[in-house]
Design a protein around this ligand. Structure first.
Ligand code: SF4
Length: 113
């Protein structure tokens, strides 16, 4: 039995997941089952980070992925972002990396700078 906390909503239900059958207990709603089963089979996270920017009043620009990316790729993504330098001006929603790792998510700017 694996234990985890559902991070889908602020309630934070404590879930117990059977590693063989993927049966879930402790969920307050059906989304907890989806969360737990995804965590067991293909965990993903939305990544927020910063990218260097030149010509702006700040040295780094905040960015995020438009959808969750595989958890196992997070370190690789952060390393990839270190190789990028934006040039001001940029607008919220500008794409920094399209379809990162081919997983369907883009990395976008989250602040006008
Ligand atoms: S199981 Fe449902 S109610 Fe509980 S934390 Fe997850 S989303 Fe929220």
């Amino acid at each position: 039995m694996k234990e985890m906390i559902c991070i889908t909503c602020p309630k934070g239900c404590h879930l117990q997941v059977d590693e063989t059958t993927l049966t879930v207990r402790g969920n307050g709603c059906p989304r907890g089952v989806v969360y737990a089963q995804n965590e067991m089979t293909d965990p993903k996270r939305t990544v927020t980070s910063t990218v260097a920017i030149s010509g702006s009043f700040l040295a780094r620009c905040p960015v995020r992925t438009t959808a969750p990316v595989p958890k196992g790729k997070m370190k690789e993504l952060v390393a990839l972002l270190k190789e990028h330098t934006l040039v001001s001006p940029v607008k919220t929603g500008d794409v920094v990396i399209k379809n990162v790792f081919g997983c369907g998510a883009d990395v976008i700017v989250t602040r006008d700078m």
